[in-house]
Design a protein around this ligand. Structure first.
Ligand code: S3P
Length: 161
């Protein structure tokens, strides 16, 4: 299970790890878009953030309950809900927190797409989110892996270790 901030590379690392391990990839945002037939942005715009967060929780609990060994990419905001954090801690899953400097994240994230929360000032928003979420990711993490100055392959090696 990969957790971490927007733009840290959870999806890229998850894809490579899933290929390496031969386990299916469960990527929260992708599953939400497939199931609802709508984009993350559309869900935020029409139903609002709380509705999106509820879907996020549903996907998390379903992924954690999956009997098949899997690589799970959690949505970035999954740690905000205390019930989700309890589920992550209680589950039989190894939770790896991918970490980057907030400035690295700001350089990486693309505008538009599935991150409507970053539409305004991405650098300031990411810094605020980092301050808020850092202790929450730490609470659920079994391991912490830095992505700064590492290629995706190197990050995967560290995650698998
Ligand atoms: C969010 C992260 C996004 C997406 C949504 C909200 C967040 O996914 O779920 O825009 O609050 O951290 P990524 O973690 O793939 O960027």
């Amino acid at each position: 299970m990969l957790v971490g901030m927007m733009g840290v590379g959870k999806t890229t690392v998850g894809r490579i790890a899933s290929n390496r391990l031969g386990h299916p990839l469960i990527d929260s945002d992708v599953v939400i878009e497939e199931r609802t037939g709508r984009t993350v942005r559309e869900i935020f715009e029409t139903d609002g953030e709380p509705a999106f967060r509820a879907l996020e929780t549903e996907m998390l609990l379903e992924a954690l309950a999956s009997p098949e060994p899997s690589v799970i990419v959690a949505a970035g905001g999954v740690v905000l809900d205390p019930a989700n954090r309890r589920a992550l801690s209680a589950a039989d899953a190894r939770v790896v927190w991918l970490v980057a400097e907030p400035m690295t994240l700001a350089e990486r994230v693309e505008r538009g797409g599935h991150r409507p929360l970053l539409d305004g000032d991405p650098a300031a928003t990411l810094q605020r989110m980092w301050d808020e979420r850092q202790p929450l990711y730490r609470e659920v993490a079994d391991a912490v892996v830095s992505v700064d100055n590492r290629s995706p392959q190197e990050v995967v090696e560290a995650v698998l270790r």
